[in-house]
Design a protein around this ligand. Structure first.
Ligand SMILES: Nc1ncnc2c1ncn2[C@@H]1O[C@H](COP(=O)(O)OS(=O)(=O)O)[C@@H](OP(=O)(O)O)[C@H]1O
Ligand SMILES: Nc1ncnc2c1ncn2[C@@H]1O[C@H](COP(=O)(O)OP(=O)(O)O)[C@@H](O)[C@H]1O
Length: 201
């Protein structure tokens, strides 16, 4: 975890509280943390949930691995250290969005349990919703929409998750989505049903 480098910095309380912001939005905030192998369906399912929630009038924002790596995290690669920093920053961004009263959806492989648990610890109780997008490697490899597995198998990409880099399966995910046998719409509805059950929306 990153250490506090700056000294002589002080926390400022805000006149508009997080509770005020949530009241204005009309729903609770949380971070829906989609994790799973490349090609498991994180982006597509998160996008569908995002769209459904927006249509219901909820205030959402989607942070997607590939996109964030072109901006905020463009200085990070795929070593274990860089992946940890990638996830740490996204966790902090999720915390800010939660504070702002938003429902945040994130779609990052986030292969290490310790990195995901650190984000869980950063957020309020119940605010971190770990969503394991469960599809076996064979399925993800058969989908291979970006041709990355093919490149990894050919040795053109080193340290590719699931091939020659680890993916640690979540042990306590709030939701496990069977992305091998169920369709995207059905899985997105499972997430929405969970949010309703928990009284988040
Ligand atoms: N070595 C290696 N391993 C895994 N993935 C790779 C790699 N190199 C590039 N890519 C592409 O980067 C996307 C994963 O980025 P993430 O930020 O989600 O990764 S991580 O959470 O930091 O592990 C991932 O996107 P998704 O396929 O959407 O998961 C890939 O397109
Ligand atoms: N449950 C599913 N059933 C069938 N195809 C899926 C499913 N989930 C994702 N896909 C397809 O698999 C491919 C990879 O999905 P994507 O969302 O890009 O995965 P990730 O973000 O995890 O890399 C896309 O072409 C998508 O349409």
């Amino acid at each position: 975890m990153a250490e506090q480098k700056a000294t002589n910095v002080h926390w400022h309380d805000h006149r508009v509280s997080s509770e005020d912001r949530k009241k204005l939005k009309g729903h609770k905030s949380c971070v829906l943390w989609f994790t799973g192998l490349s090609g498991s369906g994180k982006s597509t399912i998160a996008n569908t949930v995002d769209h459904k929630l927006a249509e219901m009038g909820k205030h959402t924002y989607l942070l997607d691995g590939d996109n964030i790596r072109m901006g905020l995290n463009k200085n990070l690669g795929f070593s274990a250290e860089d992946r940890a920093e990638n996830i740490r920053r996204i966790g902090e961004v999720g915390k800010l969005f939660s504070d702002a009263g938003m429902i945040t959806l994130t779609a990052f492989i986030s292969p290490y349990r310790a990195d995901r648990d650190a984000v869980r610890a950063l957020l309020e109780d119940g605010e971190f919703v770990e969503v394991y997008v469960d599809a076996p490697l064979e399925t993800c490899e058969a989908r291979d929409p970006k041709g990355l597995y093919k490149k990894a198998r050919a040795g053109e990409i080193k340290g590719f998750t699931g091939i020659d880099d680890p993916y640690e399966i979540p042990e306590n995910a709030e939701l496990v989505l069977d992305s091998d046998s169920k369709g995207i719409d059905e899985l997105a509805d499972e997430v929405i049903a969970f949010l309703k059950e928990r009284g988040m929306i």
